[in-house]
Design a protein around this ligand. Structure first.
Ligand code: NAD
Length: 492
């Protein structure tokens, strides 16, 4: 209660006066931030907004706590519980921040402008306009990779945004209700209740686990007539799922899935999708390839990231980005190579790290420190610009040129203690269903690999502590209690 009162008091005292609205100051530079995901929000949280005219642009006016998105697909957690309005972040800042709900469609690095489109739902209100920047941070994330496989875009569900989770939740119940419709043929029942997940990365694995839980713990009780027909299949092109986890945890995940009756098809690559079938090519132990056609009711596509068009377009305008394929190549200060005033964080940046929330949020926090330092004097800013733009390393090449970085570090330390960005990996966590999780955690200079029920409690507490706000934390705990006590809501 004391904590709650203190939080409320903080919330009230810490707000700016309503009259204190965004008014661009001609003496300050325009710092434009594209995105409201992990990178952008972590930058915004630590940025001293007094120093710049800060403008945030994103088609999404909220931050989404993506680690719990798979739980939203089955109603273990409700979607609003993991969304935090961007304005609840900006209203706590020292100086007002401008937010435009719009998509950045084109960046012009010559004229230093961003073309934005508000794509409004309100008829007739759609607007395109330009925003100019002195400094730009691109944190727009990535889109879903489909590798141009026919039918994927048209027929599958992705799992990136809140709308995707809502669509999957509806579709699961639609398949269940349609399967129990009068005179449904046995083949059609089998198809409708076959849930196929493509991609054995953490997204695919967590979703498959949540889906099987939903069936075992709830659907089976509410709709008993389908209890022996519901089937989840996870398809992965590589020889095993969760390649970023240790061998022991991969084995644990695969044996847990077996117990849960989730079928894993490894060394199987999907080649074509139609409205009712998935066509996949499996490689046998003898190297022989066979094609299998699987009818499905729900298809969830989780095969990783692809570069967004606005990022691709920016890359095509910068000669130094010619060899980069997976996103904007950045240097050790996260400056987009070949530019002086554009930075990038998260899934749209290539800095040699996996595209995870952890990396993006550390990069955002680093940029906040960098900008706070640069604002202290013009001289520091110029020096950082000079140094960072001369340090155009190839992504992932840092080891071979560490001497060069060291020399720069020394110079920079003399400036103001801003070392190049350094990522600290704290570990990987994934939920695998039936109240079990796997964790590869770095702690006290050691690495620990654990899996099971206790790890699940650790997973829950770790995710809870990472939630954006106290409000989110309370809502998530209430959702967990609610789904445990009353079962998940099976209404469509
Ligand atoms: P991913 O890139 O990690 O995995 C995608 C998988 O799909 C790959 O294993 C690939 O072999 C497989 N694949 C690709 N094409 C295929 C095809 N045609 N047929 C069958 N399989 C195919 O993707 P993700 O799980 O969406 O994760 C994206 C990033 O986000 C990763 O860096 C991941 O570590 C991170 N992430 C982490 C967590 C966590 O830590 N709990 C959760 C979600 C995402």
């Amino acid at each position: 209660a004391i904590g709650g009162a203190a939080y409320l008091a903080y919330g009230v005292w810490d707000l700016r006066h309503p009259d204190d609205q965004f008014e661009p100051d001609p003496n300050k530079k325009n710092l434009v931030i594209l995105g409201t995901g992990w990178g952008a929000v972590s930058l915004l949280k630590k940025l001293d907004t007094e120093n710049y005219n800060v403008i945030v642009i994103s088609p999404r006016n909220y931050f989404l706590f993506t680690p719990l998105l798979p739980s939203c697909t089955t109603g273990t957690v409700e979607h609003r519980s993991i969304m935090e309005p961007i304005r609840s972040i900006t209203r706590h800042k020292q100086a007002a921040v401008k937010f435009y709900e719009a998509e950045a469609t084109k960046i012009d690095p010559e004229r230093k402008t961003v073309l934005i489109d508000d794509n409004s739902d309100v008829k007739g209100a759609s607007n395109k306009t330009e925003v100019s920047y002195d400094m730009l941070v691109v944190s727009v994330g990535a889109e879903n990779a489909t590798f141009g496989i026919p039918g994927v875009k048209e027929h599958s569900c992705f799992l990136k945004e809140i709308g995707d989770a809502q669509q999957i939740r509806k579709k699961i119940m639609d398949c269940v209700e349609t399967a129990t419709f009068k005179d449904q043929s046995p083949e059609e029942v089998e198809r409708l209740l076959h849930m196929v997940v493509v991609g054995g990365g953490p997204t695919g694995v967590e979703f498959a686990g949540e889906l099987q839980d939903f069936f075992d713990q709830d659907i089976k009780k509410w709709v008993p007539e389908i209890s022996d027909k519901f089937k989840v299949t996870l398809i992965e092109a590589l020889p095993n799922v969760l390649p970023m986890f240790s061998k022991q945890l991969i084995d644990y995940t695969e044996s847990t899935f077996k117990e849960e009756k989730i079928t894993i098809k490894t060394k199987t690559a999907v080649k074509k999708v139609t409205d009712k079938t998935v066509e996949a090519e499996a490689t046998g132990p003898d190297g022989k390839k066979t094609t299998e056609v699987m009818p499905y009711g729900l298809l969830v596509w989780a095969t990783g990231n692809a570069v967004r068009p606005v990022v691709k377009d920016l890359m095509s305008q910068i000669p130094a980005q010619k060899d980069s394929r997976r996103g904007l190549a950045v240097n050790e200060y996260l400056v987009v190579q070949g530019t002086k005033d554009i930075w990038a964080t998260g899934d749209c940046a290539v800095a040699g790290y996996a595209p995870t929330a952890q990396v993006a949020s550390q990069e955002g926090a680093f940029l906040a420190r960098l900008f706070n330092t640069m604002a202290k004097s013009e001289a520091i800013e110029n020096q950082i610009h000079e140094l960072s733009s001369s340090l155009n390393l190839k992504p992932g090449d840092s080891a071979s040129v560490s001497k060069e970085i060291e020399a720069h570090e020394k110079q920079l330390r003399r400036i103001k203690d801003i070392k190049p960005f350094h990522y600290t990996h704290q570990g990987s966590l994934a939920y695998i269903g039936s109240e079990r999780a796997v964790a590869d955690v770095s702690w006290l200079n050691g690495n620990f690999a654990t899996g099971g029920g206790l790890t699940y409690l650790f997973w829950r507490s770790a995710y809870l502590s990472m939630c954006f706000s106290t409000r989110n934390r309370v809502l998530v705990v209430l959702d967990w209690l609610k789904s445990k006590a009353f079962g998940r809501d099976v209404s469509r």
